[in-house]
Ligand binder design. Sequence first.
Ligand code: MTE
Ligand code: CO
Length: 418
Amino acid sequence: MSNPATSRRGFLAGALAAGSAVAGSRAAAQTADPAITELQPWMQYLGDGVDARPYGTPSQYEAHVIRRNVDWLTADPVSSVNFTPLHELDGIITPNGLCFERHHAGIAEVDPAAHRLMINGLVDKPLVFTMQDLMRFPRENRVYFLECAANSGMEWAGAQLNGCQYTHGMIHNVMYTGIPLRLLLDEAGVKTNGKWIMPEGADASAMTRSIPIEKAMDDCLVAFKMNGEALRPEQGYPVRLVVPGWEGNMWIKWLRRIEVGDQPWHHREETSKYTDLLDNGIARRFTWEMDAKSVITNPSPQTPILHSKGPTVLTGVAWSGRGTIPRVDVTLDGGKNWQEARMSGPSFDKSMHRFYFEFDWDGKPLLLQSRAHDSTGYVQPTKNDLRAIRGENSIYHNNGIQTWHVNERGEAENVEVS
Ligand code: MTE
Ligand code: CO
């Protein structure tokens, strides 16, 4: 005697009924779907045992979810950048293996046993810490975005790169475990004329930047863990500086030294680079805070709408170097009508935020844009608003509104509507 609920025939009848009920606008299944009616290969043999994958990696079917670079952007991969696949991610945390990389002299492969962090300059007591020494200081856990100031830099003059991975992928959002920098500076004792710090990297570029002492004493971290595990070599293993809300270039990786001084050092990365040349020939400098910005990640050029008209989920991310993102607006018609998106997930200071906008697509072309509001009341500008103030020469600090054109087939492309 077979129970209709557990027999193969009973199961199939149930599955078909359920299938047609959820199919909604799609044609109801009249014929049997082999994905339901046939035994799949993975149902017919035992899988790998527990120790087959001592460090887990994604499914083979997720092999397209990778960082990518743009070959022609830089002359050589050791001084180059690749991009976070924002269009493949959800929530707010960037998985460690997908955090974009920006190196000026390749990835330093640092042996933690031979690594030291020195604090010198205008301090009472110059100090050298081993990694073991650092582990004895109190730690904090905080989630922050890191955005390279050059993110969206190619888009100043007009729509350029086809995909949010390339237009906006020089950003990642990670939970760091680290020591408040203030604790280490207090241990060394900053002299009263110590007004700036200069963190230095242990890579062959010896990357250095000037940071005001107020920021160093406020929320900077000397971090050794990302999303719970050791920093990846690409992200500065064994220790990096975290400079919340400020441009990524200041987040020195493979941190080996912090000098305290009485004025900024005016190094390459704060003079010829990471400054914004205005139309009048004068350059804006020390523009450290990253302004509020957002982008729609789906649909976007690399992730078109795959269904015909009907219920559609639009989603994206927003962030601000000045606080949180209480609100994001979305338009489907290039800015004629704006509607408030739905924020979802935790809202941390100077972290990425996730928004959704569910709508019924009528199958007609769309001009999609998102506009972030941050907790200071600042509203993300259009690209024309930005150009009116900053001119056309800029590369860095482009936080203008991004547009995707979606055609009747659901394909998206990068266009500009300002
Ligand atoms: N630190 C060192 N030592 N060397 C570098 O090349 N690149 C900087 C910064 N810190 C860099 C560095 C730049 S320009 C950026 S945007 C961020 O690191 C990138 O961090 P990520 O590689 O974790 O994305
Ligand atoms: Co950078």
